[in-house]
Design a protein around this ligand. Sequence first.
Ligand SMILES: [Zn+2]
Length: 110
Amino acid sequence: MKVKIRKGDVVEVISGSFEDKGKRGEVIKVSPKKSRVTVQGVSIRKKHQSQVQTQGRSMNPGIIEFEGSIDISNVMVVCPSCDEPTRVGIQRDEDGLPHRVCKRCEAKID
Ligand SMILES: [Zn+2]
C-alpha cells in the first residue's frame, strides 16, 4: 500500500493508546518502509539523560522528552477543508498530475 501521509500533514490519532487517541499534530517524520510516523506531541517518551559530553560541551542531566514513532495505520490525515480525519484518495487534475483529495468532501489536500 502506498503511503499517503507526508511530512507536514496534520493527522489525528484514531487508534492506539488511550492517552494519544484523538490527538492531532503535525507529522514530523515518515518512515514508509517501517510504516511508522512521528507526530508532534504524540507518543511522548521520556528519557533520563545523564550528563554527557558532546563535542566539548556538557549537557545538563535531566529528563528529555521526545516523540516516539507510531504505526501509520493509527493515524488519519485531517482534511484542511472539512477539518475531519479522512481517508485520502488520489485524483488526477487537468494536467494528469496526481494529487491527494479528501474522500469526505473531495477537497484537494495539497
Ligand atoms: Zn474534507
